[in-house]
Design a protein around this ligand. Structure first.
Ligand code: ATP
Ligand code: MG
Length: 364
């Protein structure tokens, strides 16, 4: 009997609905062809548009339904024209991270043939590493808690043993999984600034403790400034990088830049009980409603969701379908016939989805 998974869907704002709708239809097609699983999508309201009409950015009912779902798929939220009365941005996606304790932010950085990377990869080295960003504390713990006086401002950095241990175990497990899949050699690098901040020396100390639980996985440390240089100079040398919240935020955008832009970069935010999958890009107000958005980041995020569900519930067909999505995107990139504007081409969202669908049918 096929197992049904309930997927909480936040269409969000801006280009969100434009990239998520065709992604759901791709998922439907995969699920229809499967005897092992089916998917039920539950549309949940939230976001800046919802706030503008109702005064609520993230209704309690949406949080409750997302909590009960098997996974959460989110497009993008927030609009430059809609803000809270105090002027702050409406970012329910960050509230969800805190609400569900989604401490492990997974950002794969992969550059495949045909990808519009600004790097010159003359040697043909494949770039495929995973950045794991702690997403609930670190330098972002200070959110809304900063003290600003007339002559001085202070913010707070917080690292906890509890979250750090879980984060590092996630990173080491990921290194094992990547090695099994032939994507990595089983290596984790702790990225910090332990030479300046005692809190990051504490972070590194916990990393070393957890590393002892994984004798089959090698590990080392690097400072965040050095990693920024090496991400440009030799990005093929990494396997799993694990870091705190703000360093991870910055390195993710650097990673997205290396991949050829935000339209190509997927992500997952994973906790103990819940997981949320969303593209790295925002709502792209400048191109909304014109059919120009690149759906690749959203499609790859949906693929990560299938992989996570398949791993968690031991359903190999979900992982095979995740690989099918990934392979289809890879072959569309490699052929190079269909490229959206952000990739230097002239195609739109529909063209890209059609190309991915065709490639997916070829490999099934
Ligand atoms: P946020 O504040 O939500 O993070 P942002 O301002 O950082 O948003 P985006 O809204 O993602 O970033 O847009 C940044 C630029 O990238 C814009 O010019 C936008 O058009 C472009 N962009 C973002 N996502 C896509 C996409 N999927 N396809 C094409 N272009 C995109
Ligand atoms: Mg941004």
């Amino acid at each position: 009997m096929a197992r049904t998974f309930e997927i909480a869907v936040f269409q969000g704002d801006g280009i969100g609905p434009e990239v998520i709708a065709p992604t759901l239809s791709l998922l439907d097609e995969l699920a229809e062809g499967s005897r092992a699983y089916s998917l039920r999508f539950i549309d949940l309201p939230a976001g800046a548009g919802h706030y503008a009409t109702t005064g609520e950015a993230l209704p309690a009912a949406s949080i409750a339904a997302a909590r009960d779902a098997d996974a959460i798929l989110l497009a993008a939220m927030g609009l430059p024209t809609v803000r809270y009365p105090d002027g702050t941005e409406i970012t329910p996606q960050i509230d969800l991270r805190m609400e569900f304790g989604l401490y492990a932010g997974l950002r794969p950085v992969q550059i495949r043939p045909g990808q519009p990377t600004p790097l010159r990869l003359d040697g043909g080295q494949p770039v495929d590493f995973a950045l794991v960003r702690e997403s609930t504390e670190g330098l972002f713990f200070t959110l809304g808690k900063g003290e600003v006086g007339a002559d001085e401002a202070r913010e707070t950095l917080r690292i906890t043993r509890r979250t750090s241990e879980k984060l590092f175990r996630f990173a080491f497990e990921l290194a094992r999984k990547r090695r099994e899949e032939g994507k990595g050699r089983g290596h984790v690098t702790c990225v910090d600034k332990a030479n300046v901040f005692r809190a990051f020396a504490f972070f590194r100390g916990i990393f070393d403790e957890i590393a002892r639980e994984y004798p089959d996985v090698t590990h080392d440390h690097a400072y965040v400034d050095a990693i920024s240089l090496w991400m440009v100079e030799r990005p093929w040398s990494f396997d799993v990088l694990v870091t705190e919240n703000m360093f991870g935020d910055i390195l993710s955008d650097l990673g997205a830049g290396l991949m050829g832009g935000l339209g190509l970069a997927p992500s997952a935010d994973i906790g103990d009980a819940n997981a949320l999958f969303q593209p790295c890009h925002g709502t792209a107000p400048d191109i909304v409603g014109r059919g120009l958005a690149n759906p690749i980041a959203m499609v790859l995020s949906a693929g990560m969701m299938l992989d996570w569900l398949g791993t968690r519930h031991g359903i190999s067909e979900l992982r095979e379908d995740a690989a099918r999505i990934d392979g289809a995107v890879g072959s569309v990139l490699g052929e190079g016939n269909v490229r959206t504007r952000d990739m230097g081409g002239t195609h739109g969202t529909e063209d890209m989805i059609t190309a991915i669908r065709t490639a997916m049918q070829r490999v099934s």
